[in-house]
Design a protein around this ligand. Structure first.
Ligand SMILES: *Cc1c(COP(=O)(O)O)cnc(C)c1O
Length: 385
């Protein structure tokens, strides 16, 4: 997708990240969003409201943040949650016992944990399928299917699902198409324009973008879903705080810039990894700033995790700092071992979230970590202060 952003006053998405929503709550001229750190709001009269009553229902800072995410995704409304998992948990409250949900097999591990341990207990029937294969997907859809939940590219194997093609398969308007757009962000993909009914985000990742806050979002394409989700959000209450809403809005200001830089670096690093003798396979979908790769042995994987100096061995992704993750013991630890191995999530797989550092510095860091020759050490990497 290019940077054209239809619907937001004809702005390009780079501009929309800053100006799609303007704060109308003050006349101070503040350029940065005010943080309304207030739990409750006084009523101007009996039966009257300023539009805000209690921050679980709505708060001006969160509302601004929600509108920004909804605008970028091209949805009618957005809802901000305290984490991505809180958003997905609330989303699952849309469904009733007996409802079937078909999900991409290679999902984020936390989503699998929620589905298998909580949604299943609540009577939802979760069926996993390779949603990149339309014939397979068609085979698992039934008249009880109430939703198809897709993640594209998948985490960590980077499998791609064609959102528009999945939409064409769904014959019943009662079957919601839900897309977790955490990896690509609205900079690279806008699932609603492709037919999705609800978009999910872990705002913790690229939207906030600085590895400093947790956040989650749901964006609805139509008011019908938005209203239902708002009711569930205010009822279960895992809302995004005013300060965290501010951090997400601030993060989004540079979303387009960060994505452009990180995507460019990811392509360079993926190409370099392909040429390395200690790398056996690179999973890079040709877009985005996430890549996974397998190395020759479990020892090499551990050597890299412990040897990187600029890149940090940590869970999470999508922030300015590059992070190296070990899906086998981190993000996907709760997926049964046999299933993990079957999906290629083994002891030799590493996942790299490419941040905004210089690509050659990141390559040098990986090269040093992979090289047991001590000539290549951290003294060479850092400017000594
Ligand atoms: C991290 C992540 C989540 C969960 O979000 P949290 O903010 O960590 O709760 C969901 N989906 C994907 C694709 C993720 O990467």
């Amino acid at each position: 997708m290019n940077g054209d952003m239809k619907g937001i006053y004809g702005m390009k998405i780079e501009t929309a990240c800053l100006h799609a929503v303007r704060d109308h709550t003050t006349n101070t001229g503040a350029v940065a969003l005010p943080i309304y750190q207030s739990a409750t709001f006084a009523h101007p009269g009996v039966g009257k409201s300023t539009g805000y009553d209690y921050s679980r229902s709505q708060n001006p800072t969160r509302e601004h943040c929600e509108k920004m995410v909804a605008a970028l995704e091209g949805g009618c409304g957005g809802l901000g949650f305290s984490s991505g998992m809180a958003a997905i948990a609330c989303l699952m409250d849309l469904f009733s016992p007996g409802d079937e949900i078909v999900a991409t097999a290679d999902l984020y591990g936390g989503t699998i944990r929620l589905f298998n341990h909580i949604s299943a207990k609540n009577g939802l029937v979760i069926k996993y399928a390779d949603t990149s294969d339309l014939t397979t997907l068609e085979g698992v859809l039934t008249e009880k299917t109430r939703a198809v939940f897709i993640e594209t590219p998948t985490n960590p194997m980077m499998g791609l699902t064609d959102i528009a093609a999945v939409k064409r398969l769904l014959k019943s308007p009662d079957t919601l198409l839900i897309a977790d757009n955490t990896f690509l962000t609205p900079i690279l993909s806008r699932p609603i324009a492709l037919g999705a009914d609800i978009v999910v985000h872990s705002g913790t990742k690229y939207l906030a973008g600085h590895n400093d806050t947790l956040a989650g979002f749901l964006v609805a394409a139509a008011p019908e879903q938005e209203d239902k989700l708002r009711f569930l959000q205010k009822t279960s209450g895992a809302v995004l705080s005013p300060f965290d809403s501010f951090l997400v809005v601030r993060g989004i200001k540079t979303l387009a810039l960060r994505m452009a830089h990180s995507c460019k670096s990811a392509a360079v690093i993926a190409a370099w990894l392909q040429t390395q003798p200690w790398v056996t396979r690179v999973y890079y979908p040709g877009m985005g700033a996430m890549l996974s790769f397998t190395v020759t042995s479990e020892e090499t994987a551990k050597q890299l995790l412990e040897g990187v100096e600029i890149i940090q061995y940590a869970e999470s992704l999508g922030g300015v700092e590059s992070l190296l993750t070990y899906p086998f013991t981190q993000t996907h630890a709760d997926v049964p071992v046999a299933e993990r191995i079957a999906r290629g999530i083994d002891e030799r797989l590493l996942r790299l979230s490419v941040g905004i550092e210089d690509a050659q510095d990141l390559i040098a860091d990986l090269a040093c970590a992979a090289d047991s020759d001590t000539a290549c050490r951290k003294e060479n990497l850092y400017v000594q202060l």
